[in-house]
Design a protein around this ligand. Structure first.
Ligand code: R5P
Length: 296
C-alpha cells in the first residue's frame, strides 16, 4: 500500500503538492479547537507507512497537535510514521548559555524522536550540534539542503559570475558556500555580533566586495530579519550595486520586512518551507526526492 501524505495543521497546499509529486494519496487531519484553547485531533485513515507534513514555525501549539496526530495515526495502524517538517523549530538553543536554561533542542528532539521513525527537514539550523541524528536519537533523519533551490532563484536573475554571495554570519557559512558552489560565484562571510534577539551588528572583514557588484545575502533562516538588515548596511557602505536576500525559511513579520527594505534589501525570497509572502520556490520536488523510497 502506498504512503499517505497528511497535512497536520494549516499547510494543506504544500502538503498536497508533495502528495502530487509522490503520486500518493492525501488526507487532511481534522483539528477542532475548544474554546478553552485545547485541541482535538482526528485522523480519518492511516497506512502502514504514514507521512505527516507539518512545518514547525509558530511551534508551541503545533507540537501538541503533532503529538496528538501521531498517537491517533498509531492507533489507526501506522507502523511507520515519517514526519516531514520542512522547518524545524527549537534548533537554536542547543546548549545552556546561562545556568538554569533548558536545552530546548534536546528536549524537543527527544519528544519527536520518541514518536516518529523518520524525520525529514530542509536546511535545519545546526550549529554546535552538527547532526540531526544527535538531535533525534534513535530516529532516522534526513537533512536536505536548500542551496540548490536558492541557487536556482539567483541564477534566474542573470549571470551568477557578476554576483557576490554573502553569508551574514559564521553560522551561515555552509549555506552561503553551498549556494556559491552551485553558481560558481564568489562568496564572503561577514562577522556578526548579536547583543540581543533584535540587536545585531555586522562587519566585513575582507576587502572583498568589488564596487558595483550585486550582493545576495544567503542564510538558512530569517527570524526578525535583523541579521540580514545588518549585513545589508555593511554591503551598502562597501559599494554593492544591489542587495537581495534569499533564505530557506522566512519567519519575519510584515513590519520586519518593511525594516529590511528600509535597510536597503531590494527583495527577500524564500522557499515555501514556511508559508510567507516572500515564497518564491517550491520545496516539494526536493522533499519528494527524499521520500520516494517510502512509497515503493
Ligand atoms: C543565526 O545564526 C542564523 O543563521 C540566522 O542568521 C538568525 O537566526 C537570523 O535571525 P534574525 O533574522 O532574527 O536576525
Amino acid at each position: 500500500m502506498s504512503a499517505l501524505v497528511i497535512s497536520a495543521l494549516d499547510q494543506a497546499a504544500p502538503a498536497r503538492r508533495l502528495a502530487d509529486k509522490l503520486g500518493a494519496p492525501f488526507a487532511e487531519l481534522e483539528i477542532h479547537r475548544f474554546p478553552d484553547g485545547e485541541s482535538l485531533v482526528r485522523a480519518s485513515q492511516a497506512s502502514a507507512t504514514t507521512i505527516i507534513y507539518d512545518s514547525l514555525d509558530r511551534p508551541n501549539g503545533k507540537l501538541i497537535e503533532l503529538m496528538l496526530a501521531a498517537s491517533a495515526l498509531r492507533d489507526l495502524g501506522a507502523a511507520r510514521l515519517v514526519l516531514v517538517a520542512p522547518y524545524l523549530c527549537y534548533m537554536r538553543q542547543d546548549k545552556a548559555f546561562e545556568p538554569g536554561q533548558a536545552i530546548s533542542q534536546r528536549v524537543i528532539g527527544r519528544l519527536l524522536a520518541e514518536r516518529f521513525d523518520r524525520i525529514v527537514s530542509i536546511s535545519p539550523h545546526l550549529h554546535r550540534v552538527s547532526s540531526l541524528d544527535t538531535v533525534f536519537p534513535g530516529a532516522e533523519t534526513t537533512s536536505l539542503s536548500a542551496a540548490p533551490l536558492l541557487a536556482k532563484l539567483i541564477q534566474a536573475d542573470g549571470d551568477p559570475a557578476d554576483v557576490l554571495i554573502v553569508g551574514p554570519d559564521s553560522e551561515s557559512r555552509p549555506s552561503a558556500e553551498a549556494v556559491a558552489r552551485e553558481l560558481s560565484a564568489p562568496f564572503v562571510v561577514l562577522s556578526k555580533v548579536r547583543e540581543s534577539d533584535r540587536n545585531v551588528s555586522s562587519k566585513l572583514d575582507e576587502k572583498w566586495l568589488a564596487p558595483g557588484r550585486a550582493a545576495y545575502i544567503v542564510d538558512d533562516v530569517a527570524s526578525t530579519g535583523n541579521t540580514i538588515a545588518a549585513a545589508a548596511s555593511v554591503l551598502k557602505a562597501a559599494g554593492a550595486s544591489r542587495i537581495e536576500a534569499a533564505v530557506a525559511h522566512a519567519l519575519l513579520s510584515g513590519k520586519d520586512l518593511r525594516r529590511l527594505r528600509a535597510a536597503g534589501v531590494e527583495r527577500l525570497r524564500s522557499t515555501d518551507s514556511v508559508l510567507h509572502p516572500t515564497n518564491a520556490i517550491e520545496s516539494a520536488p526536493l522533499l519528494a526526492g527524499a521520500l520516494r523510497g517510502e512509497i515503493e
